[in-house]
Design a protein around this ligand. Sequence first.
Ligand code: SF4
Length: 703
Amino acid sequence: TRAIQEFDRVVDSVCPFCGVGCQTKVAVKDNKIVQVDGRNGPANENRLCVKGRFGFDYAMSPERLTKPLIRRDDAPKAGDIDLRNVDPLTVFREATWEEALERATSGLKKILKEDGGQALAGFGSAKGSNEEAYLFQKFVRQGFGTNNIDHCTRLCHASSVAALMEGVGSGAVSAPFMDAMKAECVIIIGSRPTTNHPVAATYFKQAVKKGLKLVIMDPRKQDLMRHATHSLQFKPGSDVAMLNALLHVIVEEKLYDEQYIQANVSGFEALKKKVKDFSPEAMAPVCGIDASVLREVARLYAKSERSMIFWGMGLSQHTHGTDNSRCLIALALITGHVGRPGTGLHPLRGQNNVQGASDAGLIPMYYPDYKSVENVDIRSQYENFWGQTLDPKKGLTVVEIIDAIHADEIKGMYIMGENPAMSDPDQIHARAALAKLDHLVVQDIFMTETAWHADVILPASAHAEKLGTYTNTNRQVQIGRPALDLPGEARQDLDLIIELARRMGLDWNYKHVSEVYTEMAEVMPSLNHISWERIEREESVIYPADGPDVPGNEIVFTSGFPTSDGRGRIVPADLTPPAEVPDEQYPLVLTTGRMLEHWHTGAMTRRAGVLNAIEPQGIAAMNPYEIERQGLHIGDMIEVETRRGTVEAILRADREVADGMVFMPFCFNESPANRLTNPMLDPYGKIPEFKYCAARVQPLTKH
Ligand code: SF4
């Protein structure tokens, strides 16, 4: 750490990576970030992980887009391309802003005129600010006249949100993760906090030191298991079997909270009936966990005075993801472990602003604050507020939009800060869709795999260059401040959305980001009493707040739920297998996820020097026994194959990966895991099954 006098300025901001929302001090010298330290924010208390501390230099990468680009007339659209060693200027030419903006909007207007608004769609970004998310969805709804607007929340917690909205009437967490310090028992399922929410993991470890009993449920082993009283390495895809077995024990042994259920919960009788057949003894062979352990964990969770549940994408990214979350909600509701300190339901949010982007309406079925686009009264409120007739039916989700392009129903898109060419399942299919579009406008900071398919590329702002608010996994709305000037001719994302809107004929006249926030807060009751000035002053305000001068409520559902009858609703879940199971041809289970050093599709962290030096190459991981069984050698270049494609990667031995399984991170463009993944969707959340498909491997290295 250098002395403060060495810097030109130190800017108080927030981390651009995960949903923990660590507050940062960004030190700048000669318009370059030279150091990032943690601040005493409510979610990090001065702590940072390796990404937050060392991952900042992507913003200063020489690969930043600094001029608008237009596809050359003679450049065909490649549906599937490895971008390494390709000069973008062979495919795109530099353009003036006027030409690029004109080209961007004329292409969109042409489709709007000839095919109507339903032929257009937009992907916004969970890495952008709340203000950007709000304006982007407003632009698509008002400018295109469609609800075909989505973002990567569809790929992470869409099933959790579907179950939470149905069960407790709100998609956000019921208590912050720091409440683990007040809990007696914490269950973490399908989440690897030391990798994906590293600073939150430090709180879990601290809580264990204070006496917390920690239960980890994960088909892969993980670091936190060393701190756990119970580690359940269950068979992948068997979540409902295991969780229904816990519910069975709680019902059978009458460990539920009868009084709480009577006052606050509906659906208990149906649950009792459903879980009758899910005894631990019957489910043990299905989930691979001893019946005695299932009984112990059920008792521990139910009998503890305060229990909390955390979950991540291991739970949500399944065709039965909504059912998985329904089981967790049932556990909390029948035991009354919600609405008090040290209790609750907490889906750990992935991106720095995935909570805020979803809250702001960047989703096809809801306006801001999860208000249904199909509700006539709500729609007419928005029509009055925005001064325009709006689309009465819900829009398409991420994967549905890709399919609609193939079906010639969607012909043009505006994509800001998302990289579906890397993040969507069945990548060859997804990239072919992007290539098929008549008109694609991409707004980004790098030549991403998605930008490669664009007709017009608008160079935009990195997190470190902009002012805006971000909502972390705890519902804390925090302020991010600019530390750097924009490079070259790049422009602010917010300004670009506004400029495109004006050129599409909308009468938008925002002068400052705070005006956008204020308009957004006007339509979002969740932001009542949380003004722009308050966030600027207090740095972090948790919603909901009861007044302008009182702290927001960390715990919600203290007296009932925001549902139509005020009661939490249990929806019993049945056991359904993954959409594609191993067979003779494809005998392994492929599962995908993130790694500590890299962030999502790698667009940022693979351009961060320290992070990319630690993890520089695409890998596939298997445990040493499975490697031997498959006749492979550690360090081999192997080919991983599924019914959708093949990918080459370096084979890594990893004892955390279960027998019969291969794990691949999805951040490496040279080994793109999503070329292999199954696009089958959960019917409620419309989330693809990234966590499970059938695969086989073979060596490419000759010995
Ligand atoms: Fe950033 Fe998340 Fe790491 Fe905190 S835990 S520094 S928010 S990546």
